[in-house]
Write a protein that binds this ligand. Structure first.
Ligand SMILES: Nc1ncnc2c1ncn2[C@@H]1O[C@H](COP(=O)(O)OP(=O)(O)O)[C@@H](O)[C@H]1O
Ligand SMILES: [Mg+2]
Length: 254
């Protein structure tokens, strides 16, 4: 069997906020073009772990990380590592859609401009390509110069995903990306996530078990800062190895 390509290889990772240890001995591989779901009760460290994958925790005072963390085979916590480049390659989408208070067009042109794209034609192409990728082009092509703050919640979240795509990432991190959306918008975003997995690697935090079961290839179950179990979603949901996993997915706690 062919060895699958690993995007992230995390070994014995510990994370501290000051003296509080939020993550303990985390070991996980994230595979290319997989949708990996991070599940577990509130406060167990899912967002903390997700943010460490593009070094967003660097912004948190007193946060310390130990262990071996590789992205595309490189130690991305090395002091010489290009963090700005990392955040373009590893984009992030948050729970609450957060478009910039700018036009729809500018939301998508902003990142590429920051990375040196100046040509108007090229920017136009990026805007059309990314909006098409998230299924928004037909809906918004006649109002590109209008404020992105006028979009519905579901449209705004798809715009935020498009904004991630505008700088050509390899990985998209999503922290409960549908929890602020209604059921119809949620199913559209879920379908989009599944389409995106053809071209991108996706890591998604969700506390919706059905969502994890529906869309992910692999699942990691976090509890009190530790990963209790990780593996194929089908296996985790039908025949978990750890009794704690079973208790959680059948809704007995959390
Ligand atoms: N910036 C921070 N400073 C101190 N503690 C934090 C910070 N962010 C999260 N924590 C703590 O780390 C633990 C894990 O939080 P979090 O990663 O947000 O969990 P989850 O996303 O699973 O709900 C919690 O105990 C939380 O209070
Ligand atoms: Mg969280």
């Amino acid at each position: 069997m062919m060895e699958r390509e690993k995007v992230f290889e995390i070994r014995d990772m510990d994370l501290y906020y000051g003296s509080f240890q939020a993550l303990k001995k985390i070991n996980i591989d994230i595979y290319k073009n997989d949708i990996t779901a991070l599940i577990g009760p509130s406060g167990c460290g899912k967002s903390t772990f997700l943010r460490s994958l593009n070094r967003m925790n660097d912004l948190v005072e007193g946060c310390r990380i130990q262990g071996s963390l590789l992205f595309d085979g490189e130690d991305f916590y090395n002091k010489d590592y290009d963090v700005i480049g990392l955040r373009a390659k590893v984009g992030m989408v948050f729970q609450k859609p957060n478009p910039f208070p700018k036009s729809i067009y500018e939301n998508l042109a902003y990142g590429p401009k920051l990375h040196g794209v100046k040509d108007k034609k090229k920017l136009d192409q990026i805007v059309e390509r990314t909006l098409t990728e998230v299924g928004l082009w037909e809906e918004v092509k006649d109002r590109l110069s209008k404020s992105a703050l006028g979009l519905s919640g579901g449209q705004a979240q798809r715009l935020c995903i498009a904004r991630c795509l505008s700088v050509e990432p390899e990985v998209i991190l999503m922290d409960e990306p549908t929890s602020a959306l209604d059921p119809i918008a949620t199913s559209k975003v879920e379908a989009l996530i599944q389409e995106l997995a053809a071209n991108y690697t996706i890591v998604i935090v969700t506390h919706n078990m059905q969502q994890a079961g529906r869309i992910s290839d692999r699942t990691a179950f976090f509890l009190s800062g530790e990963i209790m179990e990780t593996g194929e979603t089908r296996k985790i949901f039908t025949n978990p190895s750890n009794p704690k996993t079973e208790e959680y997915i059948t809704g007995r706690f959390g």
